[in-house]
Design a protein around this ligand. Structure first.
Ligand code: TLP
Length: 349
């Protein structure tokens, strides 16, 4: 099951397409998508919109591009967006919305469970004063990556949407792993997306496609988003070959995410039993395990990752004493056990 002979837990972005997915890609009907004539892309966009409970969808090259296009579509230069201080948009998207769109980020603290406190968001909304930027949008992230892959509920999402709409703002969801959230909650993904004005989700993470995300929203929103995508050079041509992997993923790879969640829990429980390592089990809700090195271990996260890699397990050090392990379809339950053995071995003093 491993990828290139490693148990690769760095991210679910490392997943490679299965033979069945590759066959679907090879057989895809294609056309010029800038002219709207790629039947496979059109199909993926329709499927995605239907799943999200939105009118329309737009196939984009990545989660980062989906978020950027959403922000460029909702906001103008000098407008302000309210986002979490540990959101992917704030930390990991190269400042794209500021660089490309002149959009001003107003950050509020992300809580341990990945939510933003409604009071903090409300306090961040600007008053009508010519000194201020104009608040235009609130963005939340579900699942929340840096909080451990934590799940935001439909009720919470609705509360943020009500707050946004009550102030004439829009709500965008970075739903890179929204299907993980829906599977963890055992609900229809549309229940998590419905209240938002736009949502983007990734095909190239736990769903196992090699490329792509879909941005969904109203017909009018997607019409403008298409123009923004073109502006960014993201108008692809016969990309139905890529979209076919997405269609296959939506048809065949969603329900199995629960296996990844079960494996993540098994890994977390095992790590919790290894002296020198600690896990906050409350944060292990989907396919991610963030764990800390206790002070008595004489080395840090970089060194532990290096030792584990030398034994065939790749992980990312995300802070000096914190490591992230992400479970996906190329990690078997047997490899969870192997990983635990290796971690016990390399942390022995
Ligand atoms: N996250 C990647 C890295 O960029 C950190 C990962 O390995 O987790 N939103 C969220 C919540 C994400 O976690 C990611 C990717 C994205 C957006 C961006 O997706 P891509 O990589 O397709 O641009």
């Amino acid at each position: 099951m491993s990828i290139n002979n490693f148990i690769d837990l760095r991210s679910d972005t490392v997943t490679v397409p299965t033979n069945e997915m590759r066959a679907a890609m090879a057989q895809a009907e294609v056309g010029d998508d800038v002219l709207g004539e790629d039947p496979t892309i059109n199909r993926l966009q329709e499927m995605a919109a239907a799943r999200m409970g939105k009118e329309a969808g737009l196939f984009v090259s990545s989660g980062t591009m989906g978020n950027l296009i959403a922000l460029l579509t909702h906001c103008g230069r000098g407008d302000e967006i309210i986002i979490g201080d540990s959101s992917h948009i704030f930390i990991n998207e190269a400042g794209g919305s500021a660089a490309v769109g002149g959009i001003h980020p107003h950050i509020v603290p992300t809580q341990r469970d990945g939510t933003l406190r409604l009071e903090d968001v409300a306090a961040a909304i600007r008053s009508d004063d010519e000194h201020h930027p104009i608040t235009r949008l609130i963005a939340i992230e579900n699942t929340h990556n840096r909080s451990g892959g934590t799940v935001l509920t439909a009720e919470y999402t609705q509360q943020v949407a009500d707050l946004a709409h009550g102030h004439g703002l829009v709500l965008h969801i970075d739903g890179a792993r929204l299907f993980n959230a829906a599977v963890a909650l055992g609900i229809d993904v549309a229940a998590l997306a419905r209240a938002a004005d736009s949502v983007t989700f990734c095909l190239s993470k736990g769903l196992g496609a090699p490329v792509g995300s879909v941005l969904c929203g109203s017909q009018a929103f997607i019409k403008t988003a298409r123009r923004r995508r073109k502006m960014l050079g993201g108008g692809m041509r016969q990309a139905g070959i890529l979209a076919a992997a997405g269609v296959y993923a939506l048809d065949h790879r969603v329900d199995r995410l629960k296996e990844d969640h079960a494996n993540a829990r098994r890994l977390a429980e095992g790590i919790g039993r290894i002296p020198g390592l600690c896990v906050d089990m409350a944060a292990v809700q989907t396919n991610m395990v963030y764990f800390d090195l206790s002070d008595d271990l004489p080395f840090g996260a970089v060194e532990l990752c290096r030792l584990a890699e030398a034994h065939g397990v790749k992980m990312f050090d995300v802070a000096p004493r914190t490591i992230r392990a992400v479970i996906h379809c190329w990690v078997s339950s047997a490899e969870i056990e192997t990983t635990l053995q290796i971690l016990s071995e390399v942390t022995k003093l």
